[in-house]
Design a binder for this molecule. Structure first.
Ligand code: AMP
Length: 186
């Protein structure tokens, strides 16, 4: 299965992604994790990305598309993958569509975890990551609303979108995601 996983910061996407890739034996492609690793290793790409990440802004499309295109060519992606945190803009989605169409490997589903914004702010404020300062949190939510939410319509029109309620316990949300995927596989 080739899955895109979409949700705002604080929706519990990372936790759910880990369980999904284990259950369905998928490669886990988290662009946030890739960028944090590049930043910590102080690579050129990592240092450029950090300037945006520290402000809660998205890194430039061209940079992230380059990273993910290389990653998709790794052999472990053949068994299927979960894209976690990519695409985040329409330009990224169009680029991904073109790459996957060229390879004859289209997406199977786009899963959205939906959580109301007040709840997101509450959760993020309690988390304590470097980019979880109130002003940075606010900016990350703005980036989601303005740049990533349009993807819901984009993928909805392609008939690929499935939305799952992200309120409740980790187990409850996981059961909903699993039900949605199992429904597709039938
Ligand atoms: P995440 O852990 O997915 O919230 O990503 C952390 C940060 O990495 C984001 O706030 C962005 O600055 C950057 N980032 C991750 N994925 C992308 C992407 N697909 N496009 C642009 N920036 C990204």
């Amino acid at each position: 299965m080739r899955i895109v996983f979409i949700g705002p910061p604080g929706a519990g996407k990372g936790t759910q992604a880990e369980q999904l890739v284990r259950t369905y034996e998928l490669a886990h492609l988290s662009t946030g994790d890739m960028l944090r690793a590049a930043r910590d290793a102080k690579t050129e790409v990592g240092q450029e990305a950090e300037q945006y990440m520290s402000r809660g802004e998205l890194v430039p499309d061209e940079l992230i598309v380059r990273i993910i295109s290389q990653r998709l060519q790794q052999p472990d992606c053949r068994k299927g993958y979960l894209l976690d945190g990519f695409p985040r803009t329409i330009a990224q989605a169009e680029s991904l569509d073109a790459t996957l169409a060229a390879g004859g490997t289209p997406l199977d589903v786009v899963l959205e975890i939906r959580v109301p914004e007040e709840e997101l702010f509450r959760r993020l404020a309690g988390r304590g990551r470097a980019d979880d300062q109130p002003e940075v949190i606010r900016q990350r939510l703005v980036a989601y609303r303005e740049q990533t939410e349009p993807l819901l319509d984009y993928y909805g029109k392609q008939g690929l979108l499935t939305t799952v309620d992200g309120l409740g316990s980790v187990e409850e949300v996981f059961d909903r995601l699993k039900a949605a995927l199992d429904e597709l596989a039938r």
